[in-house]
Design a protein around this ligand. Structure first.
Ligand code: NAG
Length: 407
């Protein structure tokens, strides 16, 4: 064996060890997923090292924050608002918040449907201009012959809760005005809201809150939540236990972005990781996220429910946002849920957020809301924004079909 071969072998073993994540058999295209994971893991490892040597390297390069690094890398994937033969695309602002608007070009005698879209990215990342959101919005506008408003919002770590929520709320409120809808040729009776991941969180939150706004007369016809984040209370759900090291969104990253939504102080993150962040005074909230009573048998199998765990009151005093229903829509009571529109929820088997999505389905149904639940048995977090994966197209297709039939 030559020296080169030995070296290659060593590099190979190192790489295999570094990227190796055992994946379930029903995952399509496992190597693509492993590749994705390698990129994320590398960035997060480099950041961790930088953070430790902040004085030396981090500050010097100005990329000492993991989210800023990711944001910087992702910004290369933003695309300009380019119209094509079927859709007019433009960037504008609604209520001083930047949005991207998609209007079908084909002639229409009647008013069109309207879809309000909120991108994901853990309240820290992403943009309506991100290439896969841009593609999704074009396809939505085309397939539904609908006007699509894809909103931006201020992001962490620079801005924290409730800025993200408020930006989205204000844009939606601006859009749900008779005059604005008329200007865009949108039918006020056929407006829907949609979002994925953190965008699904914001979609669920603004849908709950806008119902009670006396200034808003126009009602949303449907809400569509794609693997949404819905609760901050229990960081030990079966889906979190099962998928804590799964690619794309491991538990560590999920907890990181949740805590980053409220504060850059990492003591909240530390407490959330060990599930000791909710003060005893807020114990009554646990009934809203009780997986022992809200999950179907199939998802509880092999897990033991040990009840709520608590931490110091100080965190909740300092960062009260994490117990706010506008951040954690699963904490809404049944009266609130009862008034919600027809709902579509996508959950993925291999996703830490799976169980909160399923619990929301259960709670909405118990409150009398009609819900279509699409559980993707071979799905993982983020699929709809990965046009590189076949499964992304399949799920996007199901989602657009549902919208087409129900909006
Ligand atoms: C959760 O549900 C189980 C089973 O229904 C029940 O025994 C338990 O008391 C509940 N716990 C909380 C905190 O709601």
């Amino acid at each position: 064996m030559g020296r080169k071969t030995v070296l290659l072998l060593l590099v190979g073993i190192f790489m295999a060890y570094y990227v190796y994540t055992p994946l379930p058999d029903n995952i399509e295209e496992p190597w693509k997923l492993t590749g994705f994971n390698l990129i994320l893991k590398t960035i997060s490892d480099i950041e961790e090292k930088w953070r430790r040597n902040r004085a030396l390297v981090g500050e010097l390069l100005g990329i000492n924050h993991f989210m800023n690094t990711l944001m910087f890398l992702m910004s290369f994937q933003d695309v300009p608002p380019t119209s094509d033969e079927t859709v007019t695309v433009m960037d504008t602002t609604f209520s001083n918040v930047p949005v991207r608007v998609y209007i079908p070009k084909r002639k229409s005698e009647a008013l069109r449907r309207g879809l309000f879209y909120i991108h994901g990215g853990g309240w820290c990342l992403g943009s309506a201009a991100y290439y896969s959101y841009d593609i999704l919005s074009r396809r939505t506008a085309n397939r539904l012959d609908a006007v699509v408003i894809s909103t931006n919002y201020r992001l962490a770590p620079k801005y924290h809760f409730p800025n993200q929520f408020e930006d989205v709320y204000n844009v939606l409120k601006w859009f749900l005005c008779q005059d604005i809808l008329k200007g865009y040729g949108v039918d006020p009776k056929r407006i829907g809201i949609s979002g994925d991941s953190a965008g699904g969180n914001l979609a669920a939150a603004v849908t709950q809150q806008i119902i009670d706004d006396p200034d808003v007369k126009i009602k949303l016809k449907i809400q569509s939540l794609i693997y949404p984040a819905l609760q901050t209370l229990d960081m030990d759900l079966p889906s979190i236990r099962e998928n804590s090291h799964f690619p794309v969104l491991p538990k560590s990253l999920m907890v990181r972005v949740w805590s980053e939504y409220f504060t850059t102080d990492r003591s909240l993150e530390k407490a959330m990781l060990i599930n000791q962040h909710v003060p005893v005074e807020s114990s009554y909230l646990f009934r809203f996220v009780n997986w022992s009573s809200l999950l179907p048998e199939k998802f509880k199998k092999g897990h033991f429910y040990s009840g709520p765990t608590h931490g110091p009151s100080e965190l909740a005093r300092k960062y009260s946002g994490f117990l706010d229903v506008r951040a954690a829509p699963l904490l809404a009571d049944d009266n609130k849920l009862h008034s919600l529109p027809l709902t579509y929820v996508i959950t993925c088997q291999y996703d830490v957020l799976r169980d909160e999505g399923i619990m929301y389905v259960t709670r909405l149904r118990n409150a009398g809301v009609r819900v279509t639940h699409n559980h993707i048995e071979d799905g993982f977090h983020g699929i709809i924004t990965f046009p590189e994966f076949k499964i992304g197209h399949r799920v996007e297709n199901q989602y657009l079909s549902w919208l087409s039939e129900n909006l």
